[in-house]
Every structure is written in C-alpha cells, then in structure tokens.
Design a protein around this ligand. Structure first.
Ligand code: IDP
Ligand code: MG
Length: 150
C-alpha cells in the first residue's frame, strides 16, 4: 500500500490555509493516517531537504521551512503519491493549474504552501523523519467503497 508525506509549509500555516489544504486531499477521498504540527530544527530541515543541498535556493529553503510551525500529514492508498502531487500543482505556482493548491493559493516558488513526496522511496524516508511508526494509524474507512471501485 502506497503512503505519502504532505506538509502545509509555514506560509500555509501563517496564511490560515491549514484546513483548506487538508480538505483538498481529504475531499479527493484519500485516507488520512497521520497528522501533527511542529516547528522543524535546522538539522531536521537539512535531513528532509538533503537532496537540494548545494543548490542556490537551499539556504533560503531551510530558513523558510524552519521559520514557523508546519503541519505534517500522512496519506495512504493506491497511487496516493501521484494523486497528491497533481492536487498540489506544479512546483512553480506560476505554472500551476487553477484548481490545484499552488495554482489557487500561491504565486512564488519559494512560498508554494505545500510539500508532497515525489516517489515511494522518498515518501518512506520523509515519513520516517516526521512520524514514528506508531503515529501512523491503521484503520478501515467504510467510505472507501464509495471512493474506489476495488
Ligand atoms: P517540490 O516541492 O514540488 O517537490 P522540489 O524541486 O523538490 O519541488 O523543490 C523543493 C522546494 O524547494 C520547492 O517546493 C520550493 O519551495 C523550493 N524551490 C525549488 N526550486 C526553487 C527555486 O528555483 N527557487 C526557490 N525555491 C525553490
Ligand atoms: Mg520535492
């Protein structure tokens, strides 16, 4: 079963978009299995964004992601990584389609309000940074039969 990490970044929290952003993913029918608010240390931020170390935007990204609290979520379900990425929209909000989170609520690549894992290995690595195994809840969602055919 595929799982993914979603973050409402500090700009989304400060702009009171937490509920709206959670609703976008929930509304598609995805199963929420973990949820928490926290402010990242520099070390944790560097672990999370390690793949971008050395890029021109890296220092600004680490400063930004540690600048205030964020909300971390875990979703579970077939294809949830791609479903979440398409719900988020393109990394640069200038190119993000209307109806996507970034297309509706952002204009700047450095303030794009949401993070989502980009593949199964990344998702497992990132989920481990934000959640202990016991914080991810295993439960049946009765509505799933109304969301997916099988
Ligand atoms: P993603 O968040 O859509 O997966 P990544 O390429 O993994 O995009 O980049 C991580 C984050 O780094 C982006 O969400 C964005 O906040 C920031 N970022 C990426 N490229 C740039 C850039 O060129 N300038 C400023 N910030 C950037
Ligand atoms: Mg990424």
């Amino acid at each position: 079963m595929e799982r993914t990490l979603i973050l409402v970044k500090p700009d989304g929290v400060q702009r009171s978009l937490v509920g709206t952003i959670i609703s976008k993913f929930e509304g598609r029918g995805l199963k929420l299995i973990g949820l928490k608010m926290q402010q990242l240390s520099k070390e944790t931020a560097e672990q999370h964004y390690g793949e971008h170390k050395g890029k021109p935007f890296y220092d600004g990204l680490v400063n930004f992601i540690t600048s205030g609290p964020l909300v971390a979520m875990a979703f579970e379900g077939d294809n949830c990584i791609e479903i979440c990425r398409s719900t988020m929209g393109a990394t640069n909000p200038v190119s993000a389609g209307p109806g996507t989170i970034r297309g509706d609520f952002a204009v700047d690549i450095g303030r794009n309000v949401v993070h989502g894992s980009d593949g199964p290995e990344t998702a497992e690595r990132e989920l481990n940074i934000f959640f202990k195994p016991e914080e991810l809840v295993n439960y049946e969602k009765n509505a799933d039969t109304w969301v997916r055919e099988s």
